[in-house]
Design a protein around this ligand. Structure first.
Ligand code: GLU
Length: 480
């Protein structure tokens, strides 16, 4: 009884999956992993991926949460072919299906009062029966549709619902466990499970990948789909993510919002790689590019058991991707962090050069931006520990000498700056460190930076010379 072709679906597409978040909060890592698995399955099978916003809970859904979810999906680069569709825009369609179901005897109006339902429940509980609606209104008791009523789905009373979950295997629920579900409330609004069913049907969803918390909804949804004569998708219920203490992952464990990982300096590739391995595997392999994930992903290899989040491993992956991805690409993400930290990078080295200089040292982009500020901006203070260690009065001579040598350079490159430091050390009979360390603190403000030649080239001649002079003045001042 397909009422109309709503989504112009391409009949040649054999696999269509969806991610259907409720916009009641940000995109958290659990949701992101479900989205990723769903997306990968579609891509692996040359299929399509639909994004659907399940915003029927008007009290808990907010436009901010929708925006946050879309932002998370975009940052992770999980692109969708269809949507985002919003359930609140489809109430007419749901009601049209409900009306038709009433007409066909697949659903019925129920006028029972709250009191009657409560009495019924009490009696059933007393008799140790499972609380369920007794179909009092199945055969109309003389009420008319203008009286307040809900609409109930006429659930089969015999047999059971059996489905082959792609992750968990065969699942069977007896129909006498299932009630005649309310599909439309007294206020005329369709209920959650019903909207999901009509959407999955209209949107041609072939595979439903979702959290295991929805497993109880599945038999109810299958029964409605069957009544409608709609194809039954394959279901795959993915397990929960736990924190490293074995408890359900929550804010207590640190970041759970996908965008918080961006803010903390992670690359989307690292988070995707981390999430794909959290509950799925291919042998012992740990590193997966997105292309590889698409090529190898199978629902059958998704784990049935809960997975524990491990921040150390995510950090390790992040460092891997900072080093391995093309520097120009990493630089684009790094740019966001400079902006976030209020660092103006218009005057200084190219950001991809910063990535090349600091990839070994920095495990996050946040750290990379913070620790490379001196390439772009003057600093006001020298690090105290570094001052104590390297800005003794004896540092004045090597600083003056290196300044002289650097001033005289006609080319400012790795070789010439390196030689200038070497010559200064040799001429003063000092070890390289006695020249290099005061110089490092002078030009970067701290005792840590990439090698001196690389650092000097990045900072530039003019800034280097001015900073050395400032350091000399500082030390002299300190000595007085
Ligand atoms: N909207 C549901 C949620 O956010 C998902 C429902 C589904 O995937 O069927 O948990």
């Amino acid at each position: 009884m397909k009422l109309e072709a709503l989504f112009n679906l391409d009949p040649n597409v054999k696999v269509r999956t969806r991610f259907a978040p409720s916009p009641t909060g940000y995109l958290h890592v659990g949701g992101a992993r479900t989205a990723l698995y769903s997306w990968l399955y579609a891509k692996h099978n040359n299929g399509e991926f639909v994004l659907r916003i399940e915003d029927t809970d008007l009290e808990r859904s907010t436009p901010e949460a929708t925006a946050a979810i879309l932002e998370g999906m975009e940052w992770l680069n999980l692109a969708w072919e269809h949507g985002p569709y919003f359930q609140t825009k489809r109430f007419d369609r749901y009601n049209q299906v409900i009306d038709q179901m009433i007409e066909q005897g697949l659903a019925y109006r129920c006028y029972c009062s709250k009191e009657r339902l409560e009495d019924l429940r009490h009696t059933q509980e007393k008799n140790k029966q499972k609380p369920r609606y007794d179909r009092h209104c199945l055969h109309n008791q003389g009420n008319t549709p203008d009286q307040p009523h809900v609409v109930r789905f006429k659930n089969p009373t015999e047999g059971s619902v059996i489905f082959e979950d792609a992750v968990r295997g065969r699942i069977e629920i007896s129909n006498n466990e299932l009630d005649d579900l309310i599909i439309r409330r007294t206020d005329g609004s369709p209920t959650y499970n019903f909207c999901v069913v009509v959407d999955d049907w209209d949107m041609g969803i072939t595979h439903v990948v979702r959290g295991e918390d929805h497993i109880n909804n599945t038999p109810r949804q299958i029964n409605i789909l069957k009544a409608l004569g709609a194809p039954i998708p394959t279901y795959a219920h993915v397990s929960m993510i736990l924190g490293d203490d074995g408890q359900k992952l929550s804010k207590r464990h640190g970041a759970v919002s996908v965008m918080q990982y961006r803010d903390d300096g992670y690359l989307p590739e690292a988070l995707l790689n981390y999430l794909v391995r959290l509950g799925w595997g291919h042998g012992d392999q740990e590193i997966f590019s997105v292309e590889e994930m698409i090529q190898l992903f199978e629902l059958e290899s998704v784990s049935k058991s809960a997975s524990a989040f491990n921040t150390e491993k995510l950090l390790w992956l992040n460092h891997h991707y900072i080093r391995e991805l093309p520097a120009e690409y990493v630089a684009k993400h790094l740019a966001w962090h400079y902006q976030d930290q209020g660092i103006d990078t218009s005057n200084g080295p190219a950001l991809e050069d910063i990535v090349k200089m600091l990839a070994e040292r920095c495990k996050t982009l946040k750290e990379m931006a913070a620790s490379s500020r001196y390439f772009f901006e003057e600093f006001t203070n020298f690090d105290e520990t570094a001052v104590k260690k390297h800005f003794k009065a004896t540092a004045i001579e090597p600083l003056e000498k290196i300044k002289e040598k650097l001033t005289a350079l006609s080319h400012w490159d790795l070789q010439s700056t390196h030689e200038a430091i070497e010559q200064t050390a040799a001429e003063l009979g000092l070890g390289m460190g006695k020249v290099g360390m005061p110089l490092r603190v002078a030009v970067t403000g701290s005792g840590q930076s990439p090698s001196m030649d690389v650092t000097l080239v990045g900072i530039g001649k003019e800034r280097t010379l001015a900073r050395i002079q400032k350091a000399i003045d500082f030390i002299k001042n300190q000595a007085d």
